[in-house]
Design a binder for this molecule. Structure first.
Ligand SMILES: NC(=O)C1=CN([C@@H]2O[C@H](COP(=O)(O)OP(=O)(O)OC[C@H]3O[C@@H](n4cnc5c(N)ncnc54)[C@H](OP(=O)(O)O)[C@@H]3O)[C@@H](O)[C@H]2O)C=CC1
Ligand SMILES: CC(=O)N[C@@H](CCC(=O)OP(=O)(O)O)C(=O)O
Length: 352
């Protein structure tokens, strides 16, 4: 029998990296009780069969998906699944009164044709999709607070958009000049076995992938276009780096006013993120390291200007499984429930 004073929450996709991160974080959340874990190949196992060191956190059995049962037991459901599955499950959960937070790409797009052409999934849930809110609290706090369905951003878009938003919103750059060079640790690819994520393949090596066609490009462009007030195309190149967690996005763009200096921009960023507890603007001449964000929901931003080229260079570091995924989803839920945005989320990195 659950603790009825707390919000009853379910996680579908509990065995994956997003799922286990949610379990770990929600264990310390004072208002939440996890009452349901769901999965496919892991169904029938106990969570501690997969993660024995977390037996003291939760000892539920992972169940096969039955949406009626999930909706009976849960007020809120996190969907941490491969793309193309949430759109099959969310409509029924919403109809039965659950709030839904989707960690996949299914509910990130305002234009479903764009989603279908990049993700290869046809959709029949247009009406539900129009109710979804893009779960980047630093831009859409009020919309998230009133949402029943949140499409949580991708990890690269989170790091990139937090770096670009003040510049676009205030018309400080030529939008089409923006170039995002981003690096991710291997956990960004999920827990499924993939050859390129094997230690023997990824270790001692650094390489770009998805060049000129990564599926996070249209997601980044959608929000950049909204901020700029017109359609914008952005150059985005991701790289896989030999570490487990973290993303560093380095963004380059041409300033409209070449008279702007680094400290002007730092002041502008500080003002833009004044009410955003999870974004930290670094002091002049300081650049972020991914390890500072590891295990936290923080995004660290460093800013530089090159007066020779009139370009601004913004560096943004997050933990892809936290601010880039599970942490941000909980930040969104906090807003949806009217709780403090910081509730239950760690602020101190794993490292010194
Ligand atoms: N990893 C990252 O850094 C980020 C990931 N994302 C997105 O979050 C989502 C989850 O990612 P991640 O945790 O890395 O993925 P994982 O591959 O680690 O986990 C996927 C989960 O989905 C479950 N699953 C797969 N198919 C089904 C099904 N048909 N029915 C029920 N459960 C199913 C698996 O369960 P089982 O083991 O039981 O089969 C597993 O628990 C993805 O959409 C990803 O793109 C977003 C931001 C960052
Ligand atoms: C290192 C690595 O493989 N990263 C993943 C990013 C995962 C993610 O956030 O993708 P979704 O948009 O599907 O949620 C990738 O590039 O596909």
């Amino acid at each position: 029998m659950g603790d009825l004073g707390r919000l009853q929450v379910g996680i579908i996709g509990a065995s994956g990296y997003g799922g286990v991160q949610l379990v770990r974080l929600l264990k310390d959340h004072p208002q939440i009780e996890v009452v349901y874990l769901g999965g496919e190949s892991s169904a029938g196992k106990r969570f501690s069969d997969i993660y024995p060191h977390l037996a003291h956190c939760i000892d539920l059995k992972i169940e096969a998906i039955d949406l009626d049962i999930i909706a009976e037991r849960c007020q809120v459901v996190f969907l941490s699944l491969p793309n193309g599955l949430a759109c099959e499950m969310a409509p029924k959960l919403l109809e039965k009164g659950c709030k839904v937070l989707d960690l996949s790409a299914d509910y990130r797009f305002s234009n479903l044709e764009t989603y279908s052409s990049w993700y290869g999934v046809e959709r029949s849930d247009e009406q539900v999709a129009t109710t979804a809110v893009y779960g980047l609290p630093e831009l859409y706090r009020d919309r998230i607070a009133n949402a029943q369905l949140v499409g949580c951003p991708g990890c690269y878009p989170t790091a990139s958009l937090l770096a670009l938003s003040p510049l676009l919103k205030q018309g400080l750059i030529q939008p089409e000049s923006a170039i995002i060079d981003a690096k991710s640790g291997t956990s960004g690819g999920g827990r499924q076995a993939k050859t390129n994520l094997l230690l023997a393949e990824a270790d001692n090596s650094l390489a770009a992938y998805g060049v000129a066609h990564h599926r996070h490009t249209p997601e980044i462009e959608q929000i950049c276009s909204e901020l700029a007030g017109h359609e914008v195309m952005i150059q985005f190149t991701p790289h896989l780096i030999p570490m487990v967690r973290g993303i560093l996005a380095t963004v380059y763009a041409t300033l409209r006013d070449p008279g702007l200096v680094r400290d002007d921009l730092i002041t502008i960023y500080q003002a833009f993120y004044r009410s955003s507890p999870w974004v930290k603007i670094l002091p002049s001449g300081t650049y972020p390291q991914t390890k500072w964000a590891a295990g936290t929901n923080l995004c660290y931003i460093g800013i530089e200007v090159d007066p020779r080229t009139d370009r601004v260079i913004v560096m943004s570091a997050i933990d892809n499984l936290m601010k880039g995924q599970a942490g941000q989803a909980i930040q969104c839920l906090n807003l949806m429930m009217g709780w403090e945005e910081t509730l239950g989320l760690p602020q101190l990195a794993f490292y010194p």
